[in-house]
Design a protein around this ligand. Structure first.
Ligand code: 48H
Length: 262
């Protein structure tokens, strides 16, 4: 068989646009392909929802690649064992209650599972704004990360969704932009400094899951963005809380969409 360069180009363009076109009005858009966003994508897609993950970098994985201070191992607490088993991510028990996984294996496992569950990952794309109709967040405004980094004047496009999940990590950039443009605020006693409290893994891991919730109609915060929004303690390189937060976000989205469809 001869290889035709134009056919390679045609195949790539056809496949990309066919799959993206189907997802322009999807169920869940997840902004950020870190551990929280990828876990949310896996569970939402497993429930049969049409899911898109937008990742501004080339590779999903977020802060998990770096392990702890570049020592590329990550820790999961005992409670995450079942979840790791479901994702078929192999771990070692280092000390009782501390499961250790090479960071690249944890990232690879998440990517593989998200793909198999049927979610679509769009990399190199940054969500720079939200769409709001009748006070409900109903999609995101997107552009190529490269175009944004180069400061090129290129107008963005949109993806509509029933639910948007902000899994952008420490920046909480989607919730931040929603609040900046809507003038709405979290409850005054809930803080809004977009800053985590000092490191305390035991507390931080629990609180990040407890505070994972709808921020406004159509918009959920998951993962480290929750810690920043609610000023809960950071937890360093233990990742069970990110996975549990992503799982809870997916469940909230599934329930919300079920109710909406009734
Ligand atoms: C598209 C975007 C955009 C955007 C950002 O930082 P992450 O790994 O986030 P989480 O919440 O899944 O996990 C947090 C964890 O990695 C961490 O930092 C921990 C546990 N820290 C503890 C501590 O003590 O500091 O991933 C977020 C992802 C990244 O890949 C970004 O590139 C991406 O989101 N992203 N993608 N559009 N606007 N903003």
């Amino acid at each position: 068989m001869t290889i035709n360069d134009i056919q390679i180009t045609r195949s790539i363009i056809e496949e990309y646009y066919t799959s993206v076109k189907q997802l322009l009005e999807c169920d869940v858009v997840i902004v950020g392909g870190g551990p929280a966003g990828m876990t949310a994508a896996y569970f939402a897609a497993k429930h049969g929802l049409a899911v898109v993950v937008l990742e501004s970098r080339l590779a999903p994985g977020g802060g998990m690649w770096g392990g702890g201070m570049f020592f590329n191992q990550v820790i999961f607490q005992e409670e995450a064992r079942e979840l790791l088993d479901e994702l078929r991510i192999e771990y070692k028990q280092n000390t009782e209650g501390y499961l250790v996984v090479p960071s690249y294996r944890a990232v690879a496992g998440l990517i593989l599972n998200v793909d198999k569950a049927g979610a679509r990952i769009l990399n190199g794309i940054t969500a720079e704004d939200v769409m709001v109709r009748q006070s409900k967040v109903c999609g995101v405004v997107i552009n190529w990360t490269a175009a944004m980094k180069l400061g090129m004047h290129v107008d963005p496009l949109c993806i509509g969704a029933r639910v948007v999940i902000d899994a952008t990590g420490h920046d909480a950039s989607i919730v931040r932009i929603y609040f900046a443009k809507s003038g709405n605020k979290l409850q005054p006693d809930e803080g809004m400094n977009i800053k985590t409290a000092s490191m305390w893994a035991e507390k931080g891991e629990k609180m990040v899951v407890e505070h994972t919730r709808f921020i406004t109609d159509g918009l959920i915060a998951a993962g480290m963005s929750v810690s920043s929004l609610f000023n809960t303690p950071r937890m360093g390189p233990i990742f069970g809380g990110m996975l549990f937060s992503g799982h809870k976000a997916a469940q909230l989205a599934v329930d919300y969409i079920k109710k909406e469809r009734k």
